[in-house]
Ligand binder design. Structure first.
Ligand code: SF4
Ligand code: SF4
Length: 376
């Protein structure tokens, strides 16, 4: 049975201390360039204190809140995937020596990360990437090396963003599993405090280090009420009923051509998506030929090179690439990994420069199918 306790705002700083004492490097939300990004953080003061984000399709803006909430925003362009599956990673280096070529393994020690402020949709995304990188006959040792030592401080979403649809995807707004600690921030007349639930023995240990008291039944009820309100206030929704059959059965739908006319193939949607995992491998060598390295870096199915084989690209048009991405996310991913590839975080909608909205495309295809059946 998990422990739920209350930590007052003035004692929340001690979470950082408790993690530091156990050798963790805390990474989490902080304000940079008018955006909330994930970076190294040391103290509560590094968090986006008193900031919130306003999001819509193709729009993101930070504004001041009327209170000093630590987690009063939703999510920014970064996801924690960058720490487990880095955007650029050296796989190995080769060095020319007098005896020949020496292989230098790049298996440097990896930091022991504490993910602070991980939202429930991001926890779900990490669980999907655990399957992609860690299950089946082929697994990724680099991902697993990093993942095995992560400590997760999840934050439940008591407010939702304009592009969120985690309720539709069954991934939020409350974290149910996969965390060491889960935090619900409570503000108001009774004071600024945090309802904290331990989800692992290590989480229990860390919680025991913080000055805390037992949660009162009214506080638990307040948190539940806020989460219920958030559940009903999502900015978007996506009908997932029969979505796989809907998309796989409509490869020639005219909507793909229409979205292809808008799409800039900029790759933003895949870069911000917490579950996208495509990568390419590049070899480079120094100008004097003394060293060479093999690097893995994030790639995207929106580039022509991604599907380039034998003198041509399999998906030359933007329409074909968007269809591939969305059909993979919401349909063929289910065949591959037994789960949807979308957790409803809404980042691909917010950060698409032309505001293309995955929920609207799915709804439009569904509406035309329903119309077709109604007329049949
Ligand atoms: S497809 Fe879009 S909404 Fe779904 S997980 Fe990726 S970025 Fe988030
Ligand atoms: S859908 Fe939007 S974000 Fe994605 S590649 Fe096209 S223009 Fe860029």
């Amino acid at each position: 049975m998990s422990t739920t306790a209350v930590v007052e705002r003035e004692n929340f700083e001690e979470l950082f201390e408790a993690l530091r004492a156990r050798g963790y490097e805390s990474v989490g939300p902080t304000v940079r360039d008018s955006t909330i990004v994930y970076d190294h953080i040391e103290t509560v003061a590094d968090l986006p204190v008193g900031w919130t984000d306003i999001q819509e399709a193709g729009t993101y803006r930070l504004v001041r809140r009327k209170d000093e909430a630590l987690f009063g925003y939703v999510i920014g362009p970064h996801s924690f995937k960058k720490y487990l599956f880095p955007p650029r990673h050296t796989l190995f280096t080769l060095e020319k020596t007098s005896e020949g070529v020496k292989l230098v393994d790049a298996g440097d020690p990896v930091p022991q990360y504490a993910f602070i402020g991980m939202r429930p949709c991001e926890l779900a995304a990490m669980s999907i990437q655990d399957r992609v990188f860690g299950e089946g006959p082929f697994f990724d040792t680099e991902y697993l090396r990093r993942r095995q030592q992560v400590f997760v401080v999840a934050v439940n979403c008591v407010e939702t963003g304009g592009t969120c649809f985690c309720t539709s995807m069954g991934t939020g707004p409350k974290a149910l599993e996969g965390f060491d600690l889960s935090v619900t921030e409570l503000l108001g007349d009774a004071g600024h405090r945090f309802l904290i639930e331990a989800g692992s023995p290590l989480g229990e240990e860390v919680l025991a280090d913080l000055p805390h008291r037992a949660a009162e039944s009214g506080e638990v009820a307040d948190a539940e009420r806020l989460l219920e309100q958030a559940e009903g206030a999502m900015g978007r929704s996506l009908d997932t009923g029969g979505i796989k059959e809907l998309l796989v059965g409509n490869p020639e739908h005219p909507r793909w051509e229409r979205v292809g006319e808008q799409c800039l193939t900029c790759t933003n949607c895949t870069m911000v998506c917490p579950t996208c995992f495509c990568a390419t491998v590049e070899d480079t060598q120094s100008l004097d030929g003394a060293t060479a390295e093999r690097v893995r870096r994030w790639d995207s199915c929106f580039t022509t090179e991604f599907s380039y084989i034998h003198g041509g690209s399999l998906r030359p048009s933007a329409a074909a690439r968007y269809r591939q991405w969305m059909t993979h996310k919401l349909a063929s991913w289910i065949d591959q990994f037994g789960t949807s590839g979308c957790v409803g975080c809404g980042r691909c909608i917010t950060w698409c420069p032309v505001g293309i909205d995955i929920t609207k495309i799915a709804a439009a295809i569904r509406a035309s199918e329903e119309k077709k059946h109604a007329l049949a």
